[in-house]
Write a protein that binds this ligand. Structure first.
Ligand SMILES: C[S@@+](CC[C@H](N)C(=O)[O-])C[C@H]1O[C@@H](n2cnc3c(N)ncnc32)[C@H](O)[C@@H]1O
Length: 361
């Protein structure tokens, strides 16, 4: 049997750890805004679809929540506290005089800085805590043990660069599919299909019957992958930084050509089709999230945020010194030419997806 993990690059795609000025913890306001934009929707959906009469949800059992791709905090605490408060509310509204204990499993890749996460746990915590390191594309929990799965701004990370892109070098001159050739986009889409399918299969095993899942996903509207967008502009500027460094002879052109970002942004119709094909979940809601307004002209903030998220992927391929130079150059280019901050290029189409595990209850 092929060992999938050996071929996966995803184990290294974690965010910048610690809580220093260039850490993810200090540069994840955008991701926090995504959580805020979904807060009310999650509460409504829990109220509507959590069936506390079902045997899986009797209050004497511990209610287990898993946050997949939690990173180092503090956003993850914000997300799980909203879920717990909505679940408690549901029990109270139903005149249950008991609410369950809550246990939260924080999941991320093994390279994630879990020490920072645990150091920053809220002092007034209302739940028990556990950690489940590993790829969310694999099974992480025992069968029917999780009541609520949550995953915010993480599922656009592919488990690996599509094989076709590496083997045939079809994406030379670009570091991403956005704005590129159709066949490159198709190769990325196929990898996404495989990965998202694996995610759904693993969660289908782990969730109790009637278990709920909220996914907050970065996406694109159908057809938009080929148009000029803020993300595409950002990746093209990053690519030009790499080309400048190659011109200076500090890295080879081949090294730049073989670099691709393992990110995919699905459309609503792709998501729907993949969830339906999987068949284990009812789609209770898919909605576009209100766009978090992040695109103010702030070259330094934007550079720090991009570095906190993508820095490790660049470091893995090019080494630490090159990473520093790439992001120094990115900052200079954003100061010189603020095209990235023109709001007309930012049509973020982030999705809220709420699913219920099919089962007997
Ligand atoms: C942009 S961060 C979002 C973090 C957090 N959910 C938030 O809202 O701030 C994406 C996270 O997904 C994690 N991630 C990416 N691929 C993963 C995988 N295959 N399994 C588990 N975590 C993964 C990354 O390490 C990173 O911490």
């Amino acid at each position: 049997m092929e060992d999938k993990k050996v071929n996966e690059t995803s184990q290294k795609h974690h965010m910048k750890g610690g809580d220093g000025p260039d850490s993810y913890a200090c540069n994840s306001e955008y991701q926090k805004q995504v959580l805020i934009s979904a807060e009310d929707l999650i509460r409504q959906q829990i109220d509507e679809h959590l069936n506390i009469q079902s045997p899986s949800f009797e209050p004497q059992y511990t209610f287990r929540i898993a946050d997949f791709g939690c990173s180092t905090g503090p956003n993850t605490f914000y997300g799980v506290e909203n879920i717990i408060s909505a679940v408690k509310n549901k029990y109270k509204k139903s005149n249950q005089n008991q609410t369950p204990d809550f246990q939260v499993f924080f999941n991320d890749l093994i390279g994630n800085d879990f020490n920072t996460l645990f150091r920053n746990l809220p002092s007034n915590m209302i739940y028990l805590v556990a950690c489940s390191p590993g790829s969310f594309y694999d099974r992480l929990f025992s069968r029917k043990s999780i009541h609520f799965a949550h995953c915010s701004t993480a599922l656009h990370w592919l488990s690996k660069i599509p094989k076709e892109v590496i083997k045939r070098g079809i994406n030379r001159g670009r570091i991403h599919y956005l704005g590129g050739e159709k066949e490159v986009k198709e190769a990325y889409a196929a990898q996404y299909e495989e990965d998202f399918g694996r995610f759904l299969n693993a969660r289908a095993d782990e969730l109790v019957d009637g278990g709920l899942m909220a996914l907050l996903m970065l996406g694109f509207a159908d057809g938009d992958a080929f148009s000029l967008s803020g993300l595409r502009i950002k990746y093209e500027i990053l690519q030009s930084c790499l080309e400048d460094i190659a011109e200076l002879g500090k890295i080879t052109k081949e090294k730049v050509d073989s670099f691709n970002l393992p990110l995919y942004f699905p459309s609503e119709s792709e998501l729907k089709a993949l969830i339906e094909a999987n068949g284990s979940f009812c789609i209770e809601k898919i909605a576009k999230l209100a766009s978090p307004l992040r695109h103010k002209p702030d070259p330094k903030g934007s550079t720090l945020q991009t570095k906190a998220v993508l820095g490790m992927v660049f470091e893995e391929h090019f080494g630490n010194e090159v990473v520093e130079e790439v992001f120094r150059r990115l900052l200079d280019k954003l100061v010189e030419s603020p095209v990235l901050f023109d709001n007309k290029y930012w049509k973020d189409t982030n999705y809220f997806v709420f699913l219920k595990r099919k089962g007997v209850n």
